[in-house]
Design a protein around this ligand. Structure first.
Ligand SMILES: Nc1ncnc2c1ncn2[C@@H]1O[C@H](COP(=O)(O)OP(=O)(O)OP(=O)(O)O)[C@@H](O)[C@H]1O
Ligand SMILES: [Mg+2]
Length: 235
């Protein structure tokens, strides 16, 4: 039996952002039933991967699709801290790195939530060099198993530019959603990320133009999210 998570912080999004994520969810649901393991990636840090992955997971599960969000940013996980996630039974929170390196049981690491269709696999133990773990069969077998148990497996990963983790993960995913920060991410860098994904054999499913019109960068102040429409999806 999986334990239930207590999620201390569950911010409401402004209507426009909620709507933009909803459009993204609909586009993703048009991708076809073979597309299950989806990583949310960006070229550089701080472009909104974790934000998009969390909210896309939430909306997918709210719409009744069984979905799990995997925090695969094992170098710098923020999910558990950002959303103040703890276990309802009060025990220590285990996650992906515990499962991969300590041979913990999966059911002791996956958390259920208030969303009947939405589960979480957090990461609570950052490690300096997770490459070996990401290259292990245990990781690829985990993703395959999750893709059997869930309609969608969303993976929050480190940026492409810094380390090769995302390429490795992309190689065993069905595709990637590339997050770019509107007006900030240089075009050349976006192009090289697309080439990197191609080299990793990871299909590009779509591009999210995040934080469009964010202005002074204050959170949730006004219209933040604006995403490309369906023409960028369903290749
Ligand atoms: N559309 C948005 N609206 C409001 N805030 C946002 C939006 N996108 C991202 N943010 C905020 O910007 C900050 C950086 O976002 P996030 O942590 O998701 O980026 P990241 O790409 O995952 O970064 P890293 O590479 O460090 O993992 C966070 O505080 C997040 O809440
Ligand atoms: Mg992140």
């Amino acid at each position: 039996m999986n334990t239930k998570a207590i999620i201390g912080l569950n911010p409401e999004l402004p209507y426009a952002v909620e709507e933009a994520i909803n459009r993204l969810r609909i586009n993703v649901s048009f991708l076809g039933s073979d597309i299950r393991k989806i990583m949310v990636i960006s070229s550089e840090p701080n472009e909104g991967k974790s934000f998009i992955a969390m909210n896309l997971w939430k909306q997918m599960a709210s719409a009744g699709e069984k979905a799990i969000l995997v925090d695969a940013d094992m170098r710098k996980s923020v999910m558990a801290e950002t959303y103040q996630i703890s276990r309802e039974d009060g025990k220590e929170l285990w996650g992906l790195s515990h499962y991969l390196s300590d041979n913990k049981k999966l059911e002791d690491c996956i958390l259920t939530t208030d969303l009947a269709c939405g589960d979480l696999l957090p990461n609570t133990n950052n490690i300096v060099n997770p490459s070996m773990l990401l290259e292990s069969n245990r990781f690829s077998e985990l993703l395959d198993k999750l893709a059997e148990d869930y309609r969608y497996v969303f993976l929050d990963v480190p940026p492409l530019g810094l380390v090769s983790d995302a390429e490795r993960i992309g190689n065993i995913c069905d595709g990637a959603i590339l997050t770019v920060r509107a007006g900030v991410t240089p075009k050349g860098i976006i192009r090289s990320s697309i080439a990197q994904l191609e080299r990793a054999g990871c299909p590009l499913l779509g591009i999210v133009l995040n934080r469009a019109g964010a202005g002074n960068g204050k959170y949730y102040g006004k219209y933040y999210g604006k995403y490309y429409g369906s023409e960028y999806y369903g290749k």
